[in-house]
Design a protein around this ligand. Structure first.
Ligand SMILES: CC(C)(COP(=O)(O)OP(=O)(O)OC[C@H]1O[C@@H](n2cnc3c(N)ncnc32)[C@H](O)[C@@H]1OP(=O)(O)O)[C@@H](O)C(=O)NCCC(=O)NCCS
Length: 197
């Protein structure tokens, strides 16, 4: 098993994994072109990182995180304003009910605010056939290493309350529960982790 940082050529596959395995996220609902732009902006940003996991030449999973998720998303929106506006309008035209979650997205930073913890693990997915083999665990450990390398001492992550698999994984890795909050009319849990020196 080999973990490595995202490359330009991986973007279509990472976007497809995100769309298939995290289908309820607003970003996934905005479609593959949006996701490709999102992951391109990870590559071009000092604030973001993505690791992919490979076995037998096939991608098994990925994780995306940020040293400052607000800044990362801000640079995504400002850097691709017109393109993202067009994609969002197109998606909204097809699915007007997306308007509410899209609007809610702007409240996300406030709901997940934790003093002195700007770093965040944003998305993780492992393909179904490869789950429960420790890949998710390895991807999170790699992200914690990456954050430590960047001299970040704490990270947060928010998960839907019904996503028991991810919650178990975080608890197993000693993430602490901070609070529950409501987002997109669903309950989520905010976790944090202090990265030891
Ligand atoms: C969450 C996810 C990334 C976990 O990946 P994984 O490679 O299966 O995780 P691991 O094998 O490292 O699991 C480690 C531990 O986490 C817990 N765990 C993981 N998945 C679980 C599940 N479905 N049910 C219960 N516990 C689970 C277990 O304690 C597991 O240890 P064990 O297998 O020894 O019991 C994967 O299930 C996934 O891709 N889910 C869909 C995408 C998603 O919901 N992402 C989170 C929101 S962005």
């Amino acid at each position: 098993m080999n973990l490595r940082p995202l490359k330009q050529d991986d973007i279509p596959q990472v976007s497809r994994f995100h769309s298939l395995y995290i289908p309820h996220s607003t970003f996934a609902r905005l479609g593959i072109p949006f996701l490709k732009t999102l992951y391109r902006s990870f590559l071009g940003s000092d604030y973001g990182f993505v690791y992919t996991c490979w076995e037998g030449g096939k991608m098994q999973g990925f994780i995306a995180g940020a040293t400052d998720s607000q800044r990362l998303l801000k640079s995504l929106f400002l850097g691709h304003l017109f393109f993202l506006l067009m994609i969002s309008l197109k998606a909204l035209f097809r699915r007007p009910r997306l308007l509410y979650p899209l609007f809610q997205t702007f409240h996300y930073p406030r709901r997940t605010d934790l003093p002195q913890t700007k770093a965040e693990l944003l998305f993780i997915a492992v393909k179904p056939e490869s789950r429960r083999k420790g890949i998710g665990h390895k991807l999170i450990l790699k992200s914690l290493d990456e954050l430590k390398r960047r001299r970040i001492d704490g990270v947060k992550v928010s998960v839907e309350r019904k996503n028991q698999g991810t919650i178990n994984l975080l608890k197993k890795m000693h993430f602490s529960q901070e609070r529950k909050f409501s987002f997109y009319q669903r309950e989520r849990i905010l976790f944090s982790y202090r990265i030891p020196e």
